[in-house]
Design a protein around this ligand. Structure first.
Ligand code: NAD
Length: 509
């Protein structure tokens, strides 16, 4: 029996609307990446369904926007408890539609929960600022207020965590939310909305509409949507930023990446190889913070590549619900084929193919014959003008580049159009310090390969990895989801006599 995933509008499931011809509603297929079988139908929203979700959010904003901080915080604490109790269930939903292994899916839920922790403390974050006696009997207060209805559009690779980067904080700030999750793995988002409702969130504060460009474009043009948070690939991030900004909306649009790891000659090469393999092949490379390029400085290249190869060859690939698996399949067959094309074309473009993961099958398990499988690939001496280096592959393909000096390595990394995350591996504190300051990326790791900031520091890249000027969650998140207001107050002392008319520009004295 095919499962059906509906929209979640006004606090209840809403089926796909019937098409104009009166036929059955519009649905898209959701596939189990391990078997290649379509397991689920997801409702695809048209303009009317998106409008209904925005209308529900607008209605709910009338009271949620002025609800007390104590009430918001209490509901968030209750949501946090429910999330904690449902970690396993959420992880299983993620694995069934995304394919990542269960332990990795649990990690995703835990990192999303971190942002709920942050949102639970909204009482502290929205405290505002007050200066007394800025002039005689004059006080100035800076306060922050919610925007109204805000929208979030999220990618397939973190179907629970990335939505949680957005809606808990937006809602804690007093906004109401319309989420358009990835149509490839939509179930986790709906389950999150159900749990939030169970925690006491009023109907309409969080809505979920599924679909593709039609739904996204309606959110971008809808006059009642005040801000848009987007996470996805660079071309779409650029489009979202341009389109929604032109319509006067506040936009943060996080894009794709090519994350480098610079390994200096003094680094502990075993630790560097462990980190490179974990960060390149975890979640089959489908992470925006995956390390996809290792830059070896000096004479360490051969030894480092040998150590990476030795570790990569031992990774166990298999279905995400098998506890023995360390890496699962890719999201779709089309994506698997695209990833494979970078490996098959690499030698002709000048790379040395150390490991070729194309053609991988799960041995002795015919039920997985049509899954979206690919093994681990390792490319060495990758030319900077080759496709494997230039493009975000978003699969288990690690490129190694070799340079002679630290300066050459930094110049290479800074030459990339992307600037999401980067890491340096070294024992030299001075070099690491220089790297932090000289490198053009939003998130830097020192002996840490995937420097995803904790919830109370913001996440975001530079250059083509982020469009807009706010990073996501942390203090930037609170700022993005609120607007500032400054109130200047004079309460004259009862004994004072009025100052009289003065046409001069007000001076503080
Ligand atoms: P994607 O850009 O294809 O899709 C993201 C969202 O945009 C989805 O909800 C999708 O339905 C929608 N969308 C797709 N095409 C559209 C179009 N033409 N018009 C309007 N909306 C459209 O991304 P994806 O394949 O789901 O996710 C992988 C990408 O996301 C990678 O590039 C990865 O680096 C990036 N990503 C970035 C971050 C970050 O924080 N910078 C985090 C996670 C993923």
């Amino acid at each position: 029996m095919t499962k059906i995933v509906n929209h979640w509008i006004g606090g209840k499931p809403v089926e796909s609307a019937e098409s104009a011809a009166g036929a059955a509603g519009t649905y898209g297929p959701v596939t189990d990446p391990a078997t290649g079988a379509v397991t689920t139908k997801v409702a695809f929203a048209g303009v009317a369904e998106v409008d209904a979700a925005v209308a529900a959010a607008k209605d709910a904003y009338a009271s949620w926007g002025t609800s007390s901080l104590a009430r918001r915080s209490a509901i968030l604490f209750a949501f946090r408890a429910l999330l904690d109790a449902h970690r396993d269930e959420l992880a299983a939903l993620i694995t069934a539609e995304h394919g990542k292994v269960h332990s990795d899916a649990l990690g995703e839920v835990a990192r999303g929960l971190e942002i709920v922790d942050l949102a639970c403390g909204i009482t502290v974050q929205l405290k505002g600022e007050l200066s007394t006696e800025v002039a005689s009997r004059v006080d100035v207060a800076s306060i922050r207020q919610p925007l109204g209805v805000v929208a979030g559009i999220t990618p397939f690779n973190f179907p629970a965590m990335v939505p949680m980067w957005m809606f808990p904080l937006a809602i804690a700030c007093g906004n109401t939310f319309v989420l358009k999750p990835s149509e490839k793995d939509p179930s986790a988002a709906v389950r999150l909305a159900e749990l939030f409702a169970q925690a006491g969130l009023p109907d309409g504060v969080l809505n979920v509409v599924h679909g593709d460009k039609v739904a996204v474009d309606r959110l971008l043009e809808h006059p009642d949507v005040k801000a848009v948070s987007f996470v996805g690939s660079t071309p779409i991030a650029r489009y979202i930023h341009t389109t929604a900004s032109a319509r006067g909306k506040r936009v943060q649009a996080l894009g794709g990446a090519k994350n480098h790891m610079l390994v200096l000659p003094d680094a502990d090469l075993d630790a560097a190889a462990d980190a490179a393999v974990s960060a390149a092949y975890g979640s089959a490379g489908e992470r925006c913070m995956a390390i996809s390029a290792v830059v070896a400085v000096g004479a360490i290249g051969d030894e480092l590549v040998a150590k990476i190869r030795e570790r990569a060859e031992k990774i166990k690939i298999g279905p995400g619900d098998d506890p023995a698996s360390e890496m699962g399949p890719l999201i779709t067959a089309a994506h698997r084929d695209k990833v494979a094309s970078y490996v098959t074309g690499a030698a002709a473009q000048g790379s040395e193919v150390v490991l070729d993961g194309t053609g991988y099958t799960v041995e002795g398990r015919p039920e997985y014959a049509n899954g979206h499988w690919i093994g681990l690939s390792l490319l060495d001496r990758v030319p900077v003008d080759s496709d494997a280096y230039r493009d975000e592959i978003f699969g288990p393909v690690l490129c190694v580049l070799r340079v002679d000096t630290y300066d050459e390595g930094v110049a290479l990394i800074n030459g990339s159009p992307f600037g999401n995350g980067t890491a340096i591996f070294t024992r030299d504190g001075g070099a690491a310090r220089r790297f932090q300051l000289e490198i053009e990326a939003g998130m830097v790791g020192v002996n840490v390969p995937i420097p995803v900031p904790v919830g109370y520091h913001s996440f975001g890249g530079w250059k083509d990895s982020l469009f807009g000027d706010h990073h996501i969650y942390g203090n930037d998140g609170t700022h993005f989801y609120t607007r500032g207001k400054v109130v200047t107050t004079r309460w004259p002392d009862p004994s004072e006599t009025p100052t009289g008319v003065d046409l001069g520009f007000p001076r503080n004295h």
